[in-house]
Design a binder for this molecule. Structure first.
Ligand code: PEP
Ligand code: MN
Length: 264
């Protein structure tokens, strides 16, 4: 299989708007769960950039558990992300939820995020595979490591080698946290595959106070990077406020991570 180490021995490095993910360095992606407004997105984008993030995240199309929740600003959100990129120089990653909106998202995104709920949406995987745009493929919360690798295979098989995998927590018997971060998957996937692996400590825990320790553990386990939710006013966030770091905590996390990265 194309995802396997046997197929390709050297680590794949995925370039996102000039920023490498995989290989030697650590890439930190950060930003709000959802693009809510220009002001919010610009505030967060400038803060995370100042703290050392290299890619901006933000959802314009949000997969929500309830059909009555806020589902994102759509194209207006994509436009705000493009303005934030122009302002900060950070490339942007944003979720594409279906093949219908893929052409529009391709006009704005440097990297296409496929969310946990869409990991096995095979027509979407094939469609992003027919582009050369970098893809951030998040593990489904009921997916095994093998399922994740085979989902990535769909993208590679169509001719797009630019895939980054993301461990973001799975459902287990333990409901103490939002999900259970499967950190063993990180070194395991790195043995089985040449693709870069990053960790999302925000969705995995659902709690801002646990994001930083889990981020430290992820780097120690060998992750090639992290994707972290940051909000300038989490109490008023439209989505995922409880797990969002404020800019000061994010900057503190980055200082800790620099020490861990230097030690490994
Ligand atoms: C997100 O990154 O905001 C998100 C919805 O993540 P996941 O698909 O992992 O739940
Ligand atoms: Mn979120």
């Amino acid at each position: 299989k194309r995802v396997s180490r046997e197929f390709k021995e050297l680590d794949t490095i995925v370039e996102v708007g000039g920023v490498p993910i995989g290989g030697q360095g650590i890439a930190i992606i950060a930003g709000p769960c959802t693009v809510e407004s220009r002001e919010q997105t610009f505030n967060v984008a400038q803060a995370v950039r100042a703290a050392g993030a290299v890619i901006l995240r933000g959802g314009a199309y949000k997969p929500r558990t309830s059909p009555y929740s806020f589902h994102g600003l759509g194209e207006a959100g994509l436009q705000i992300l493009a303005e934030a990129r122009a302002l900060t120089g950070l490339p942007v990653v944003t979720e594409v939820m279906d093949t219908e909106t893929l052409p529009l998202v391709l006009e704005y995104a440097d990297m296409l995020q496929i969310g946990a709920r869409n990991m096995q949406n095979y027509s979407l995987l094939r469609a992003v595979g027919r582009t050369q745009r970098p893809v951030l493929l998040k593990r489904g919360f009921a997916a095994t490591v093998k399922d994740l690798l085979l989902a990535a295979e769909y993208i590679l098989a169509e001719g797009n080698p630019n895939v980054v995998l993301c461990e973001r927590g799975i459902r287990t018997f333990d409901d103490s946290l939002r999900f259970t971060l499967d950190l063993g998957a990180v070194p395991l996937i790195k043995q089985l595959s040449h693709l870069p692996v990053i960790v999302d400590p925000s969705h995995a825990s659902g709690r801002a106070d646990l994001v930083i320790p889990m981020a430290r553990a992820a780097l120690a386990a060998g992750a090639d990077g992290l994707i972290v939710e940051v909000h300038d006013n989490p109490a008023y966030a439209v989505c995922d406020g409880t797990q969002s770091l404020v800019p000061d905590s994010f900057a503190g996390m980055m200082r800790q991570l620099a020490r861990i990265a230097a030690a490994i």
